[in-house]
Design a protein around this ligand. Structure first.
Ligand SMILES: NC(=O)c1ccc[n+]([C@@H]2O[C@H](COP(=O)([O-])OP(=O)(O)OC[C@H]3O[C@@H](n4cnc5c(N)ncnc54)[C@H](OP(=O)(O)O)[C@@H]3O)[C@@H](O)[C@H]2O)c1
Length: 291
């Protein structure tokens, strides 16, 4: 069993760390708002630390799932950051969705201290974290990935090394680019079905097993047709992810015209008060447009 620290007891991090404890790992948790870390300990055992550095002391693996690039820098660097507490030869596994740029920057800072890095963003949402069924796309050296994999298995249904440091985040970007276009298409289709006087649920019943089928279609059409968006993956998070995708696409010279357009549609959803709505709320924008 491995001595692990987990930084970030949010919607994703808390259940992920819970699976580590259930699997028998020795877990120390840290959260900026200390009450969440204390709640976690009363449910799962282990211990809570008051800084990332204190959580990381003597740990073989330090995992993180915080918010964005700046949040990740904050928990890694500085006097109270995790790197200050980690020993040479230990491993940092980052489950946050961040840019490839900050990933390379922090992996280099870690390497200077003899700390290995695996970027390991996840897909599967809150339900995947709670059920231990996440898909984890990883970047890092083969040996480092081999150390991380058996520990991540506690909350994953699939983990895969996609290449060197940064390749996990690049793979997650591919995922988000797919989802953006897909949800706009699904929103247009469901709005069209309603306007045409069709029973949207019956339509999806017929088409979901064919070429148009998708996870989003199967899992979101009913709530979209009902105008319910108070669940799922928030628009604010999606805009963070699309900003990462668009910046990286510019570096790579990869055109993303559709993704850039959908990003603007999400901006309009935010202006409608939908920052915390599920990403399928692109349909709410279309409903507003169509009156
Ligand atoms: N939610 C999903 O469905 C989903 C799916 C796939 C990927 N992700 C990605 O996973 C990451 C976490 O998402 P989440 O839904 O778990 O978010 P969340 O519920 O907002 O949790 C974020 C956690 O990070 C902590 N944190 C944020 N900034 C920090 C800082 N500067 N210093 C220290 N701690 C900080 C927060 O502490 P406080 O409690 O003090 O705020 C909180 O515990 C994001 O990158 C997101 O894009 C999320």
């Amino acid at each position: 069993m491995t001595k692990v620290a987990f930084l970030g007891m949010g919607v994703m991090g808390a259940p992920m760390a819970g699976h580590l404890a259930k699997a028998g790992h020795d877990v120390v948790v840290y959260n900026r708002t200390a009450a969440k870390a204390e709640d976690w300990v009363s449910e799962h055992g282990g211990a809570a630390a008051t800084t990332p550095r204190a959580a990381a002391l003597g740990r073989e693996i330090v995992m993180a799932c915080v918010g964005n690039d700046d949040d990740l820098r904050e928990v890694c660097l500085g006097e109270d950051g995790a790197f200050a507490g980690m020993e040479e030869g230990s491993l940092f596994v980052d489950h946050t969705t961040v840019s490839a740029e900050v990933t390379r920057e922090l992996a280099a800072a870690a390497a200077e201290k003899g700390i290995a890095w695996v970027d390991a963003p996840v897909s599967g949402g809150q339900a995947g974290a709670e059920n231990g069924q996440l898909v984890i796309m990883c970047g890092g050296a083969e040996d480092d990935y081999a150390r991380a994999e058996p520990v991540m298995d506690a909350f994953a249904k699939l983990t895969k090394r996609m290449g060197d440091v940064g390749a996990g985040q690049l793979t997650k970007m591919v995922n988000q680019i797919c989802i953006a276009g897909l949800l706009q298409g699904l929103s247009e289709a469901m709005t069209f079905a309603q306007k045409a006087g069709l029973d949207g649920v019956a339509v999806v019943d017929v088409i979901q097993g064919g070429a148009a089928g998708s996870w989003q279609m199967v899992n979101r059409h009913e709530t979209m047709l009902a105008g319910e968006y108070d669940h799922g993956f928030a628009v604010d998070w999606m805009r963070k992810d699309l900003a990462i995708c668009l910046a990286e696409a510019e570096n790579l010279g990869a055109p993303l015209p559709g993704t850039a357009l959908v990003d603007q549609f999400y901006k309009e959803v935010q202006a409608m008060g939908g920052g915390r709505w599920d990403t399928s709320s692109l349909m709410a924008r279309l409903q507003k447009l169509s009156g």
